[in-house]
Write a protein that binds this ligand. Structure first.
Ligand code: ADP
Ligand code: MG
Length: 234
């Protein structure tokens, strides 16, 4: 059943993210602990250290805040959302996972104007999480992993391109993408792209794949641009 499929993929994505996020939260915690212990033994306050401690706390706050947003009940209404905001929020989450896998993620907003789309933000975040996750997973550990994300205006659409320098796919495989349970991974669910397609369809958008064997893959997601909401209404 479709609801269950969506729910279970959500769980698996969050489950796998949890390990990376926990790791990412542990680093600032370890550093905080070290500075606190130093203060205890020296019985002095170093203001440079306090600055670092504060930024470590901010980092933990940011990550846990994003996890909260992701875990929230799905909104039932579409509303104008800034696509750059959604991408930034997803990036915070995915950087943790990518760091673990030795992949660097870059994000570039190439649009002159703010791009709004009519969206349920949690669902749209799920789309980008699933696609970026695939990009990271496609890169062999031996490779200097790079995932680039760009946002631009394409006529009446906002277009997001997620590019990786991973293993790529044969054209035959591209045809199967989005079929539920189609996976070439040992521990894959084959649900990530099925969920993406469904959500993108609900948002009246489109998804395209371009891939070169051994060179990498580009996933293009386009969504109709929504007029900027008036400052005087909500
Ligand atoms: P899963 O990631 O669990 O396998 P998905 O639906 O997310 O399921 O992806 C289905 C399949 O599509 C993957 O198993 C993989 O073969 C292929 N795929 C998706 N994205 C990429 C990519 N960026 N590079 C190479 N192959 C990909
Ligand atoms: Mg996947």
């Amino acid at each position: 059943n479709e609801e269950m499929v969506v729910a279970s993929e959500k769980l698996s994505v969050i489950g796998q993210l949890a390990a990376a996020v926990a790791h990412e939260i542990r680093n600032p915690l370890t550093s905080l602990k070290g500075f606190i212990q130093l203060m205890q033994t020296t019985n002095t306050i170093n203001h440079d250290h306090l600055d670092i401690m504060l930024s470590e706390v901010d980092r933990i706050d940011l990550i846990s805040g994003e996890m909260l947003i992701l875990g929230k009940q799905q909104e039932t209404h579409f509303r104008p959302e800034r696509l750059d905001d959604i991408l930034q929020q997803v990036l915070v989450l995915m950087e943790a996972q990518a760091n673990l896998d030795n992949v660097s993620i870059t994000y570039e907003n190439l649009s002159e104007k703010l791009l709004y789309v009519s969206a349920e933000s949690n669902q749209l975040k799920q789309v980008f999480i699933n696609i970026i996750k695939n990009a990271v997973e496609a890169i062999p550990p031996s490779r200097d992993g790079k995932v680039s994300i760009t946002l631009e205006e394409q006529g009446t659409n906002a277009q997001v391109v997620v590019k990786d320098n991973g293993v790529g796919m044969e054209p035959e495989r591209i045809e199967h993408l989005g079929e539920p349970f189609y996976s070439t991974k040992e521990k894959g669910t084959g649900l990530g792209l099925a969920v993406c397609k469904k959500i993108i369809q609900r948002h009246k958008g489109q998804i395209h794949f371009q891939s070169d064997i051994e060179k990498g893959t580009a996933v293009e997601i386009s969504l109709p641009i929504e007029e900027e909401p008036s400052a005087f209404t909500d």
